[in-house]
Design a protein around this ligand. Structure first.
Ligand code: WT7
Length: 646
């Protein structure tokens, strides 16, 4: 491990930064010794409250109860829009960059505010009220910001479903949250190709009896099927809508949104975030982790369908009055220099992306980078999976010209915002390490029995104290919330990741320790993929594991047992991939499918995934303890027929 390699804090950055090393030490100490006083101070500094809170925090982890700023009232859009109008009404809030480099658009705070109010009125006219769930299935277009914030304006709870998910996945999420209104685009562009969003929506909505309204935003403008009485044209509705809409004041603990994420069981969880604590945490981490300064152009490449898009494309930056860039396209279209071209075009100062994108671009060679200037860049960020030191160095040296601190930010959908990260002006960097906890965050490394390990240690990552951005429940299933995060190690929040702490107290995230995969920074449950595979009539059983993949981080390796007497062939593999594409998304497609006459099981019938992971990763010489295997010959057969990794 490269524990030893350390890049000291860049003194120029530290001189102008919000937080230098001394400030980090002092504030971190305060944040953990007097957390309630600390968070009360931050909540006053970062947010405008309509009514102050009576109590900062009340929590009971074993019951999965977490409440922040009890009794406080506020509206998210007042904080993200209205309060900026006086000082920066004409400042650009959203820079939209299309898939096609010739397409771009800018929305000022004043324009965004007016459109958000208009669309909030459209929602109301379509019967949406405070507390109702609204499903948003949109590509990265500027209108996405409008409709998301419009929900928050009137207290409707948005549930954004990533535009790359299939109709079936969309349907399941719409039904789980009982959304009555669905918002989509006609189509979208991705790397020069067309994505048929409305067709997916029709397919899903036809299976959702409670969906009575589909609001369609025209993006490509091509002809699409239309269901009279259900479908509403966004643009027509906006034309007649007033730009005045009183914000609905929400309780700090009223829900703001639901966002589905994969867990170790088949059914995705609707992670619920609330209003006050979430917004505070998103805004504060945005300001300090990226050292956001007045006037900076900030670009987070994440899609709004993921938590990173929620917290760091929209809520955090807009709450801070920043200019946030939204990108519809992909890093390699029209050429693998697109990111760097966009940085030069819009003079981006802060750039936040995922390791998988960095690895993919690194593989294209340095020329695509070095032929651009990138002189506007000041801070680089990484999120989504562990960044390997090689990719880290390339990002830091070639993209950032060794001038820009690189913040490797560890967090999750459930944490709402960044928990472990360097601060640009405060933290010496070690390539591959997410470094140190953010203010108020108390990580611990546990052994399998739940004992806290001190000093240098490796084990299970847990958080021993709440923070305001933490998820409050799993929508409609609080027992699952408790069970997943609080039951295994009572008194702590269990993140599902492993981690190592080095001699300097730096954290190194080692990856998921449950049956969750991280493919291109996307979280996928092995159980979901297995459920899709076994839908095929000829499949008896399937087991899915991850394997190390040079670009995707993890690849997907599927072992499939066919019904007795059935021979596997390549067309059957194609059918299985189609099933996964239909049930979940193309992002969940197995890279490799091995026909498995049998799966390694314990005598009680449990699949021994540890063994399957080792075979997939080509580490079959050391399978560990195999004494509980019911039939050892199964393993030999799988090893003999294993597939070559990409
Ligand atoms: C899982 C959460 C956080 C927003 C994007 C993903 C992995 C995330 C890092 C990082 C190592 C990371 C973890 C985590 N992860 N960031 N900087 N270093 N691992 O959100 O879909 O909820 O996935 O992503 O395994 O548990 P998510």
């Amino acid at each position: 491990m490269s524990d030893q390699k350390t890049y000291p804090v860049n003194p120029q950055i530290a001189a102008g930064a919000h937080i230098d090393s001394a400030a980090y030490q002092r504030l971190y100490q305060q944040s953990i010794t007097e957390p309630e006083a600390f968070w009360a101070e931050q909540a006053t500094e970062f947010l405008d409250w309509h009514q102050p809170w009576q109590q900062v925090l009340q929590y009971d982890y074993p019951k999965g109860e977490i409440q922040w700023f009890l009794g406080g009232k506020l509206n998210v859009t007042v904080n993200c829009l209205d309060r900026h109008l006086e000082k920066r009404g004409d400042q650009v809030a959203i820079i939209w960059e299309g898939d096609d480099p010739a397409h771009d658009r800018k929305l000022t705070y004043r324009e965004l505010h007016a459109q958000v109010c208009q669309f909030a009125n459209v929602l109301k006219a379509n019967g949406v009220q405070k507390g109702d769930r609204v499903c948003i299935y949109l590509p990265m277009i500027a209108e996405a910001a409008v409709v998301i914030l419009a929900c928050a304006r009137i207290g409707a709870v948005h549930s954004i479903v990533f535009g790359g998910f299939s109709a079936d996945a969309l349907r399941d999420r719409v039904i789980d949250a009982d959304c009555r209104v669905l918002i989509c685009a006609d189509e979208s562009y991705r790397g020069g190709k067309i994505v048929h969003s409305k067709l997916n929506v029709d397919k899903a909505a036809n299976q959702c009896p409670n969906v009575n309204t589909v609001i369609v935003i025209k993006h490509t403008g091509h002809d699409i099927p239309w269901t009279e009485g259900r479908d509403v044209c966004y643009h027509e509705a906006m034309q007649t809508a007033s730009t005045d809409c009183e914000p609905v004041m929400m309780d700090a603990e009223d829900p703001l949104f639901i966002l589905y994420t994969s867990g170790s069981t088949g059914q995705p969880k609707g992670v619920l975030h609330t209003t006050g604590g979430y917004l505070l945490y998103a805004a504060m981490t945005h300001k300090y982790v990226f050292d956001y300064q007045e006037g900076d152009v900030y670009w987070c490449t994440a899609d709004i369908g993921w938590i990173t898009g929620h917290s760091y494309v929209l809520y955090g930056p807009l709450c801070n009055g920043a200019t946030s860039l939204m990108f519809e396209g992909v890093p390699t279209y029209p050429h693998p220099d697109r990111f760097w071209q966009v940085i030069d075009k819009h003079q981006v100062n802060i750039f936040y992306t995922a390791p998988t994108a960095i690895r993919a671009l690194m593989a294209q060679g340095d020329d695509f980078v070095t032929r651009t200037k990138r002189s506007s860049l000041r801070i680089l960020g990484s999120v989504g999976e562990p960044i390997n030191p090689e990719a880290w160095e390339w990002y830091y040296q070639v993209v950032g010209n060794k001038r820009c601190p690189l913040v490797d930010t560890w967090w999750q959908t459930e944490t709402g915002g960044i928990l472990i990260t360097p601060l640009p002006g405060a933290t010496p960097l070690k390539p591959g390490s997410a470094t140190l906890p953010f203010f108020g965050v108390k990580p611990a490394i546990l052994d399998p029995d739940g004992n806290i390990l001190e000093g240098e240690a490796e084990g299970i990552l847990a958080l021993t104290y709440p923070w305001p951005g933490q998820a409050r429940t799993v929508y409609g299933d609080h027992a699952r919330f408790i069970d997943t995060y609080f039951a295994k190690f009572p008194g702590y929040y269990f993140a599902g990741d492993g981690a190592r702490r080095d001699k300097d107290g730096y954290y190194w995230i080692t990856g998921r320790i449950d049956d969750v995969l991280n493919v291109c920074g996307h979280r996928l449950g092995t159980a979901e993929i297995e459920s899709a595979l076994v839908l095929h009539d000829l499949v008896a059983e399937a087991a899915v594991v991850g394997f190390p993949h040079p670009i995707k981080g993890q690849g997907i390796y599927a072992y499939v047992t066919l019904n007795v007497g059935i021979e596997g062939n390549s067309s059957l593999k194609g059918e299985l991939k189609d099933l996964v594409r239909e049930e979940i998304s193309a992002i969940a497609l197995p890279d490799l499918i091995q026909w498995a006459p049998g799966l390694p099981k314990t005598r009680s019938g449990k699949i021994m995934r540890r063994i399957l992971r080792k075979i997939a990763a080509n580490e079959f010489h050391d399978l560990g303890d195999t004494s509980t295997l019911a039939d050892p010959s199964v393993v030999e057969q799988l090893i003999a027929n294993r597939l070559k990794l990409p």
